[in-house]
Design a protein around this ligand. Structure first.
Ligand code: PHE
Ligand code: ZN
Length: 879
């Protein structure tokens, strides 16, 4: 008997993409017996394996095994003596004796799901048992070649207590179930599709569910079932609808059908990420699946729809065709995010969805790309793979996929997808294989496009325009550059699709829109037959994840904001106007000068407010200031106090000038409380209404505090409640603040974990003098738990996003975060490492703050027993 990870912490090892080798052995079948007992679980794992052709006969079998207590090892049914296997290093079980070409290796191990606070492997969440195997959690259940290129067929028998675990689930089809006496029962599941171990899943617990069916276009009837704790069964209908919509959409758009007779989804309370695409058995964070009108906001509804779609789409992009190694993660994630974005766009509004996606990219990914943690969408190395589930791999990865579609057109993209599946179905492949399928299916050269996979950093595209009236010719000189990133001092030019429109004085396009392919460092593009000097609309639809530089006047921006036929660029022009003014006011604030709001901006905002036949969501986003993180990314040195002050000033000045218009729009977009609607119009109305309320609250007048309080106390729609209560959480009117927060807690949050998280977040994000002591107090709140990732994110993660108070000049916010990271790291390294990344952009701040954060990062690294996850982010951030 030996524990596999008794070895003390070792120096973390870095793995490199260039070192990829096929394994010496393939595992073809995995046969598992999981015996769940309260306090201890036994796992018997039988691997049918064979030596890879070409591998050395003497090659030993090295199985991944982490935090499992090995009881026995059997080779072809015969128990091995303990001298035939050993643990040469942490988390490796090596079989030393000779192995035939083909054999069965069986291990019996003990694990303790009840003590598993990392939430990787088999763990207990509330009263249910569940698993999380991506990226490297399967090895925490049973010894295995735990890597995505090893694809096997799985059979599982689960045994558990009948009363506490009446529901027993795994991947694939249920083949038998029954009672075993003594209050125990079993279920056997078999998945006919070979899969990598990271897609394995098991769930056991006392669950309620809703059921439905979906008939695929070739006539296969699929049983759909969504499980949750009994108390939450009334919040599953929206997820079910979203699932059916996703299944239909993937058939229509990509010709992809579901391939099993069962599709199960389980909602769990404790989950490190959003959700997981295990074959036929998705596991979801409750935050991404539960929704009903009285508890979910409009964005919650959108998130549930998007994540349900995302995990469903993985069945083809991820499961049927999977990743050869973890460096290829964006192969499945970038592609699947792109697919869920396209789906959501089709279900709601293309323009609104595009704006939302770009807002996320700019707030979360651009800063990462400009930090020491910058990495290409296909990273070259990692210490802990879990650290690379990043906005770069996911969101920038999705932008890269979107560029194929922009370059090839929707039809060309579809051809590429078809070829990709034709070539690679049932196998584990690389990003290069995907790119080759796109190129070959369309007969185009996508060699240079590889640089999007190899180079980190956000490129800048600079444009210079000139017009000759004589020749009716317009010329656009586009040049590109990209600053250095870790290990990449210089960059090669990218292949960038730039969608361009030329707009005339009447607001109409003068010539058909074009997609320019910028491939050189600098290139000239000529437009003939341009009858008058145009206003250029550059990078329509945000056709590439780049920054653009193009000199233009405020008036030109206001013109674009009013006239561009591309709704994305109408929004973009407004954002540019806001950004300019805020950054100018940052400067004024720093220089002790008066801040000012240019009249063009007020006029443009007024025009937007008065538009009648506009999509209300577009109207709302047009009036929403860029996020602090997005603005910070545009500053040479981020000055949190000046930035927050400038934004407040712009909001308040705008509200002073347009008070009547904001009030009118607020009132005219009220909806009757019954019946609750969440169609695009209703969502848009709530959105614009709450933007107006935000502006009015900037005036700090009793009248508007009262209006806001009324909304906070009386609304029935969660979106309106959260919007008003959040505004009051940041109000200096102590009485109103207290009343709103208490009301929200007593009437809505108490007893509902997801709403509690909203209540935590609004306080952690608030800009009030007591912010830091408030979050300190929240940690002591009886409803808080450091073990629950959603709650950690809602208090600690949210505070790390509080621009003013997290970045308090005395370093108190930084010290506080470090202390929390150290508490969490002992339980859940994935979670603590995420929090460390809040420090990664520290070089973007002033010298004093840099020094304070640096000291905290050094304190982390000096802590003995720090997890490799946290170590990786802290040490790389310091480089
Ligand atoms: N693969 C999951 C998704 O993108 C995310 C995930 C990663 C979940 C790692 C858990 C652990 O949908
Ligand atoms: Zn995914």
């Amino acid at each position: 008997m030996a524990a596999s990870s008794a070895v003390a912490t070792e120096q973390p090892v870095e793995k490199f993409r260039k070192d990829y080798k096929e394994p010496d052995y393939w595992v073809r079948n995995v046969d598992l017996l999981i015996q769940i007992h309260d306090g201890q679980t036994t796992v018997r794992g039988k691997l049918s394996a064979e030596r890879r052709k070409g591998a050395q006969e003497s090659a030993t079998l090295r199985l991944d095994a982490e935090d499992v207590e090995v009881v026995s090892v059997l080779l072809n049914g015969k128990e091995l003596s303990s001298s035939d296997y050993h643990f040469p290093e942490k988390d490796v079980l090596e079989i030393k004796c000779g192995l035939p070409d083909k054999f069965e290796l069986e291990t019996v191990v003990k694990i303790k799901p009840e003590d598993n606070t990392q939430l990787s492997g088999l763990y207990k969440s509330s009263s249910m048992y569940c698993t999380q195997c991506e990226a490297e959690g399967f090895r925490r259940i049973t010894p295995m070649l735990d890597r995505p290129d090893v694809m096997a067929k799985y059979k599982v028998r689960i045994e558990a207590d009948q009363k506490s675990c009446p529901v027993l689930l795994s991947n694939g089809n249920l083949v038998s179930k029954g009672e075993m006496g003594e209050g125990r029962h079993f279920a056997e599941w078999e998945d006919p599709f070979p899969k990598p171990s990271y897609l394995f899943a098991v769930v056991a617990g006392d669950l309620g569910s809703i059921k439905d069916t979906f008939t695929t276009r070739s006539g296969r009837k699929v049983a759909l079932e969504i499980f949750s704790e009994h108390a939450n069964v009334d919040q599953l209908d929206w997820a079910m609808q979203s699932l059916k919509d996703s299944m239909k959409w993937d058939e229509e758009r990509f010709g992809l059908e579901y391939d099993l007779d069962i599709y199960n989804i389980v909602a769990v309370n404790d989950f490190n990420m959003g959700a997981m695409e295990n074959k036929g058995l998705n596991v979801f964070n409750t935050a991404c699946v539960l929704a009903k009108p009285s508890t979910a906001t409009d964005s919650d509804y959108e998130r549930v729809q998007g994540v349900i779609a995302h995990e469903y789409f993985h069945n083809w992009t991820g499961n049927r065709v999977t990743c050869r190694d973890w460096f290829q993660l964006t192969l499945k994630e970038g592609l699947t995010v792109f697919r869920d974005q396209q789906f959501s766009a089709d279900m709601t509004s293309e323009a609104v969805k595009r704006i939302e996606d770009v807002r996320i990219l700019r707030a979360a990914q651009f800063p990462q790309d400009d930090s020491p943690m910058a990495h290409p969408i296909r990273p070259e190395s990692y210490i802990a793979m879990d650290n690379f589930y990043t906005a770069t791999v996911y969101n920038k990865g999705a932008e890269v996929i979107g560029m194929y579609q922009t370059l090839l057109g929707k039809e060309g993209f579809r051809k590429g997808m078809d070829l990709y599946f034709k070539r690679h179905d049932g196998t584990a492949v690389t990003c290069d294989d995907f790119r080759a399928a796109m190129a070959d299916a369309n007969g185009v050269d996508l060699e240079q496009f590889e640089r999007w996979y190899t180079q980190a950093g956000t490129p800048t595209v600079e444009a210079k325009a000139s017009y000759s009236a004589d020749k009716q010719r317009f010329e656009l000189v586009l040049s590109q550059s990209c600053g250095p990133s870790p290990g990449q001092p210089t960059k090669q030019p990218y292949h960038i699709p730039v969608r361009v429109g030329l707009i005339g004085k009447d607001g109409k396009d003068l010539v058909p829109e074009r997609v320019l392919e910028l491939k050189e460092a600098s290139q000239t593009f000529v437009f003939e037959g341009v009858k008058e000097e145009p206003v250029v609309s550059l990078l329509r639809g945000f056709s590439a994840p780049v920054n653009v530089k193009l000199p233009r006047s405020d008036e030109e921006l206001a013109f674009l904001m009013a006239n561009d036929q591309d709704s994305f660029n109408r929004w973009e022009a407004g954002q540019e106007l806001f950004t300019r003014s805020i950054l100018a006011n940052v400067k004024a604030f720093q220089d002790g000068k008066d801040m000012e709001l240019p009249q063009v901006i007020v006029d443009a905002a007024k025009r937007t407010l008065l538009l009648e036949d506009i999509d209300k969501s577009l109207q709302a986003y047009a009036l929403t200031l860029p996020s602090l993180l997005t603005l910070g990314a545009k500053m040479d040195v981020i000055d949190p106090d000046a930035l927050v002050a400038a934004c407040k000033f712009v909001k308040e000045s705008m509200a002073k000038k347009l008070r009547a218009e904001f009030e009118t729009a607020y009132k005219s977009n009220q909806l009757p409380s019954e019946p609750f609607r969440n169609d695009a119009d209703a969502v848009g109305r709530r959105r614009i209404k709450n933007v107006c309320l935000d502006y009015l609250m900037a005036l700090k007048e009793d009248k508007y505090t009262k209006l806001c309080l009324d909304q906070a106390l009386q609304s029935t729609a969660m979106t309106d409640l959260v919007a008003a209560t959040s505004l009051l959480a940041g109000s200096s009117d102590e009485a109103a603040r207290k009343q709103a927060l208490e009301n929200f807690y007593e009437k809505h949050a108490k007893g509902n974990d997801l709403i509690l998280c909203k209540w935590f977040t609004m306080q952690a994000m608030a800009d009030v003098t007591t912010s830091l002591s408030d979050v300190g107090a929240l940690l002591q709140h009886p409803d808080f738990s450091l073990k629950n990732p959603n709650k950690c994110r809602s208090v600690i993660g949210a505070f790390a996003g509080n621009m003013k108070h997290f970045h308090a000049a005395d370093g108190s916010g930084y010290r506080w975060l470090t202390d929390r990271i150290l508490d969490i790291d002992k339980m859940n390294p994935q979670m603590s490492a995420r929090l460390v990344s809040s420090f990664s952009t520290f070089r973007r701040y002033d010298q004093k703050r840099q020094a304070l954060i640096k000291a905290e990062l050094e304190r982390l690294i000096a802590t003995s027993g720090l997890s490799r996850d946290a170590y990786e982010i802290a040490s790389k951030s310091l480089k």
